[in-house]
Design a protein around this ligand. Structure first.
Ligand code: GLY
Length: 290
């Protein structure tokens, strides 16, 4: 079958601090194309998800990796998770401060430990032992993140995520974030929590979420969307119905979904959600506003 990939670069309200939507769209498109190149070459969905997430983490336009928002102490604390729909194996890290690509650390947890989630100093020690370079935390901090921290001190939700299906029909999902701006030290959102920010199951599909983690966690959004799909809703209807449960609690979120047949769907209750895709018909595109 033809592969397909869909990425998001976070959702949120319209804001001057978001900067140029062209930059966000271009970054999302570059990530989608990088992931699709992996798939086109016969690579696995999990390889494509990691590759595309790394592109997003390295791009300061997004709230993940380099350019992530800062916590209440002015520190970038990063979370990420990844899940393989073929095996239902998953890995995640949370509250890491010296790892530039947490998605790769999450994959190492999945592949090299008997655990799913490592946090804080233990996650960092493991990541460095697993070969990920140590980076000074302030080297992750951009001028934009500093300015946002100084000027706003408002909750900002933006996250990156990728869902993909490979030529064999296997699906995978990954999500990476700096969390919410000025969050409490040690705060963990939905992104590293399997079933909340990320889920993948070859029998149903793969989902990555963005938005306010405190709401997404309470409805276990990623898994919930796949449950709704399992009940017979279309991919689009399942994404929208899952999202409606977050909205009912007063939260704001966005979700992307791919099925093992290569159908793509997205939904958001926010004003913007940057996203980019390469469909199973090889159509490429990107968008920023809802
Ligand atoms: N959705 C990202 C977070 O709340 O941390």
């Amino acid at each position: 079958m033809n592969p397909a990939i869909l990425v998001h670069g976070g959702c949120g309200p319209r804001s001057e601090a978001d900067g140029d939507d062209q930059q966000s769209r271009a970054g999302a498109l570059a990530a989608a194309k990088a992931g699709h190149a992996v798939l086109r070459g016969g690579g696995s969905a999990i390889d494509a998800v990691e590759r595309a997430c790394r592109v997003l983490e390295d791009d300061p336009a997004f709230n993940a990796g380099y350019g992530a928002v800062l916590n209440e102490d002015g520190v970038a604390e990063l979370d990420a998770s990844i899940m393989d729909g073929a095996s239902l194996k998953a890995g995640a890290v949370a509250v890491v401060t010296t790892v530039k690509n947490p998605i790769t650390a999450a994959r190492r947890v999945m592949e090299r430990t008997r655990h799913v989630l490592l946090v804080g100093a233990g996650a960092e020690a493991f990541a460095h032992e697993a070969g990920l370079p140590r980076i000074e935390n302030q080297a992750l901090v951009t001028e934009k993140a500093r300015a946002r921290f100084a000027a706003e001190r408002l909750a900002t939700h933006g996250t990156v995520g990728v869902v993909a299906v490979d030529v064999q029909g296997h699906v995978a999902a990954g999500t990476s974030t700096g969390g919410t701006s000025s969050k409490k030290r040690g705060r963990v959102g939905d992104s590293p929590l399997i079933g909340c920010g990320t889920y993948a199951d070859d029998r149903l599909g793969a989902v990555s979420c963005t938005g306010v983690g405190e709401y997404i966690i309470r409805v276990t959004l990623a898994r919930r969307v796949l449950e709704l799909l399992d009940r017979g809703l279309s991919p689009q209807a399942a994404a929208e119905a899952g999202l409606a449960e977050v909205v009912r609690l007063g939260g704001e979120a966005g979700v992307i979904l791919v099925t093992p047949q290569g159908e793509l769907a997205w939904a958001t209750s926010a004003e913007r959600m940057s996203r980019a895709w390469v469909t199973r018909d090889n159509e490429t595109g990107s968008a920023f506003w809802k």
